[in-house]
Design a protein around this ligand. Structure first.
Ligand code: UT7
Length: 325
């Protein structure tokens, strides 16, 4: 019998401190940085974001999301036999957030590792977990996207600091006799490494270079609109499906204009687009599982629906996962 993988539970968590654009603009103004609610909403669709309290890490946020996902799947933490955490803001250089999270869940023994593909991290992680389940290497996987991007923001750079937020989302992916994940399509092009990066590295006990995020927003924007369309089409072709089969489009939540453009290119009405960027900002690898969980808990996404998940970000990386929920 063919072995497939299927999402059996979703969960998410946002740190309680919520900052509206107006509140952020007031804070930034006190540091001499000028922005406005009007500019942020018009250019990005973002209205608010959540920031983790000092000392709260990606594994803390991931733990809450993971607990919700495991509960929704009707499992205990001890049932999990693989943990993959997609993150670019790990608690430490090493060990991985996945190992720290495993311990916080009170379990031991199962494979646990981080995967770093920046804002495409969750679709990459889901694809790896799917392959490990299909191969028999795992049966009940916990796949998490968790980020504290507030820690790597340059609050003197208005072109980036208004865009990002903190949060975590998680799914439980289980072996199943019926699919599940229908197709994946992953890509990277390292020549664009400089358009979105945190260039610093640790050497000799010091951080060499900047440990803050830098982005050429327009370059990222132009690449994103093209690759989100091509990855979606490639995943559909692999599953022998067409645009009209998609019930819900869940792109990486970075910019509402990019998301609308992707929906239009795929000829999908905007009411099939799941939008949380307005309330979460860009939470990088956490944005897709956060949006997925919000839509599941709102009752929008129902069992059997066809979902197109799409990530795009630093690397440059991009990809899509087509699945039956
Ligand atoms: O998660 C990874 C994926 N990341 C993305 O998808 C991000 C993709 N890029 C974007 O979302 C957009 O490019 C941004 C939202 C980053 C910028 O929007 P834009 O429409 O491309 O604006 P722009 O960079 O062309 O800047 C327009 C103007 C500039 O002023 P001048 O030169 O026209 O006088 C900026 O200085 O807006 C100014 N500006 C701001 N003004 C007020 C830039 N940031 C701000 C700000 N508040 N926060």
């Amino acid at each position: 019998m063919t072995r497939y993988s299927r999402i059996t539970g979703t969960g998410s968590y946002l740190p309680p401190h919520r900052l509206t654009n107006a509140e952020l603009a007031t804070e930034l103004a006190s540091k001499g940085v000028e922005t406005s609610d009007e500019w942020i909403v018009e250019r990005t669709g973002i209205r608010a974001r959540h920031f983790a309290a000092p000392g709260v890490t990606s594994s803390d946020l991931g733990l809450e999301a993971a607990r919700h996902a495991i509960e929704a799947a009707g499992l205990q933490a001890a049932d999990i036999d693989l943990i993959i955490v997609a993150t670019s803001t790990p608690d430490m250089v090493f060990p991985s957030v996945a190992c720290i999270l495993q311990h916080k869940l009170g379990i031991a023994g199962c494979a646990a590792f981080d995967l770093q593909a920046v804002c495409s991290g969750f679709v990459y992680a889901l694809t790896v977990a799917d392959a490990m389940i299909k191969s028999g290497a795992a049966t009940k996987a916990l796949v998490v996207g968790a980020e504290v991007f507030s820690r790597i923001l340059d609050f003197s750079d208005r072109t980036t600091c208004v865009l990002f937020g903190d949060g975590a989302g998680a799914v439980v992916l289980e072996a199943s006799e019926t699919p599940g994940i229908l197709a994946s399509d992953l890509h990277a092009d390292g020549k664009h490494v400089g358009i979105l990066c945190v260039p610093g590295n640790v050497s000799g006990g010091q951080v060499l270079g900047s440990a803050l995020l830098t982005m050429d927003g327009q370059a990222v924007f132009k690449l994103a609109v093209g690759v989100l369309e091509s990855a979606a089409r490639a995943a559909l072709a692999k599953a022998d499906m067409v645009e009209a089969d998609i019930d819900w489009l869940i792109p990486h939540q970075a910019n509402l204009r990019i998301m609308h453009s992707t929906a239009r290119k795929l000829k999908l009405p905007l009411d099939k687009l799941i939008v949380t960027v307005d309330q979460h900002g860009n939470t990088s690898a956490a944005s897709i599982p956060l949006a997925l969980d919000a839509a599941v808990r709102e009752g929008k996404i129902k069992k059997g629906d066809i979902l197109m998940l799409e990530g795009v970000g630093g690397g440059f990386t991009w990809g899509a996962v087509l699945l039956r929920y």
